[in-house]
Design a protein around this ligand. Structure first.
Ligand code: CU
Length: 512
């Protein structure tokens, strides 16, 4: 039987970001090529069989991204982006979160099944400059590529733009046992896809580039490298692709239309590998793919493109033949049963620019919009009311859990989204049915992951509660406290404070 090879991007073409009025096309850099940076692994402060401690420091630095002046950047235990953390299923993990930035930040574990709102690290858990805070959790989660990023509303977009994003790889015994590339940096390669605009003296200027529909730049930046190449020394490599851009969609394909195999999505392996020549990922989505360079010889080059712009050049070197076959089945997915009496939750993402809203409202940190009993599986019908004419794909993300995609407008999900996910691109006029269960109590945000849209209020929060216990009271952050803190840190009165998300509220005549 010949395996099916998918050759399309699945998403609705009229909704691609290339049709936005404010679309910024990528431009191939004319600067010299650089070896792709591989973020070093974070080393634990201490580690025993089942206990591990890390310190993650948010810090400011400088990075040589282009010839000439260094760019001022932020990172986690690094000048830009961050050291990669590797966590194991079942581990009890302690993390000291340190803030050495000039302003407050938060540390959000995107894709980790941890309790909200504090450990999860959304807007309710600020760490102020020169302060630190300690969290710990026991991880119960399957192998996946997740990530850590800043999430201080309404300045998430600007802080991620400065560089606060790092990969967090979850490992488990099952994934270890599969014949997949596992050698970090050699054949198991993190790949954080972002875009930036360089201004005078090679600096980034978030405010100058601000667009309420998402900030973009014409220069692709992969793992913080401009114009990268990667030396291939094995027949097969595994890429852990992360759309770490504020707004950009990536439509990926290889030279010669070389097929590749997707093995994992956001939160788990796929049940079966999916062969394809084209792959689109939206903001915050991850995809793990395996590329087999078996038909190439040393000296050949294979290029990864997004649309028609080259992103990474793979330089093929000597490699040992690799005849390992991917298993036909990678992961058992056992969807939790849904009680037929459980109502379906309806969620509406609407608007564009400053008018974006979730369920007709803009986000309020002090308001809990919905509740769901812990451990109970529910269908969520998530609708994007944009129209195909001028509308866009909104990537819908839920904190603190991994969901399953049941259907798109009543039809089967795309072939490569049958694993667990935490972010799903919803086309204009589409309703995506999700199966959502929270395993831990807490307050969790759910929102569009075009980061300017979440800052602009396309966000809400849900409380997962244990029905057998009295409801806890959560201390939720408020905008006045945050605004005062940001203003004090910047040495300006609150009235002069500019934060991208605030702009969206003000233009709509609303208070944050
Ligand atoms: Cu959106």
């Amino acid at each position: 039987m010949t395996k099916q090879v998918y050759t399309d991007y699945f998403f609705d073409e009229p909704a691609f970001n290339t049709h936005d009025g404010g679309y910024v096309p990528l431009v191939a850099p004319d600067t010299p090529q650089n070896a792709l940076a591989i973020p070093p692994l974070a080393s634990p402060d201490s580690e025993t069989t089942n206990e591990v401690s890390y310190t993650v420091t948010a810090q400011a630095g400088e990075s040589q991204l282009l010839p000439g002046k260094k760019t001022k950047t932020w990172g986690y235990n690094a000048d830009l982006l961050g050291r990669t953390l590797i966590f194991r299923d079942g581990q009890h993990i302690h993390v000291t979160l340190k803030n050495q930035l000039p302003e407050l930040t938060t540390f959000h574990w995107h894709g980790l099944n941890v309790s909200g709102p504090i450990i999860d690290g959304g807007c309710h858990a600020p760490v102020y400059p020169d302060k630190s805070s300690d969290i710990d959790f026991t991880l119960h989660q399957q192998a996946a590529t997740t990530w850590l990023h800043a999430h201080p509303c309404p300045s998430t977009a600007e802080q991620v733009w400065h560089g606060l994003a790092a990969m967090v790889i979850v490992k488990d015994d099952h994934e270890d046992s599969l014949p997949l590339p596992h050698n970090y940096g050699v054949d198991d390669i993190p790949m954080v896809l972002q875009d930036r605009r360089f201004h005078e003296d090679n600096q980034w200027d978030y405010r100058a580039d601000y667009d309420p529909d998402g900030v973009q730049g014409p220069t692709a930046m992969i793992n913080g490298t401009i114009n990268p190449y990667f030396d291939v020394t094995t027949q097969k490599i595994r890429l852990r692709l992360l759309d770490g851009a504020n707004r950009r969609e990536w439509r990926l394909h290889l030279s010669d239309d070389l097929p590749f195999t997707q093995i994992a999505g956001d939160g788990s392996l796929l049940p079966e590998p999916v062969e394809m020549t084209h792959l689109m990922i939206t903001c915050a989505e991850r995809a793990e793919v395996i590329i087999d360079f078996g038909k190439y010889k040393p000296g050949d080059k294979v290029v990864l493109y997004s649309d028609d712009v080259p992103l990474v050049e793979f330089r093929i070197h000597d490699y040992n033949p690799d005849t390992t076959e991917l298993p036909e089945h990678l992961l058992d997915i056992n969807p939790p049963a849904v009680d037929p009496t459980t109502p379906i939750r309806h969620i509406v993402m609407s608007g564009m620019d400053e008018s974006v809203a979730l369920d007709g409202k803009k986000f309020n940190m002090q308001r809990i919009d919905a509740t769901q009993p812990m451990g109970q599986a529910q269908y969520w019908d998530v609708t994007n009311t944009n129209t195909m004419d001028g509308g866009m794909v909104h990537p819908f993300h839920v904190h603190g859990t991994q969901f399953l995609i049941i259907s798109r407008n009543g039809k089967a999900p795309y072939p490569n989204e049958h694993g667990y996910k935490d972010t799903v691109g919803v086309n204009p006029g589409e309703t995506v049915r999700l199966l959502v269960r929270f395993d831990l109590p807490g307050v969790y945000m759910y929102h569009c992951h075009i980061i300017e849209h979440e800052d602009g209020g396309m966000m809400a929060q849900i409380e997962s509660y244990d029905p057998s216990l009295p409801r806890p009271t959560y201390k939720l952050m408020d905008m006045d406290t945050l605004a005062k803190a940001f203003a004090a840190e910047r040495g300006i009165p609150v009235s002069e404070l500019w934060m991208a998300g605030m702009d969206s509220y003000e233009k709509m005549g609303m208070k944050m």
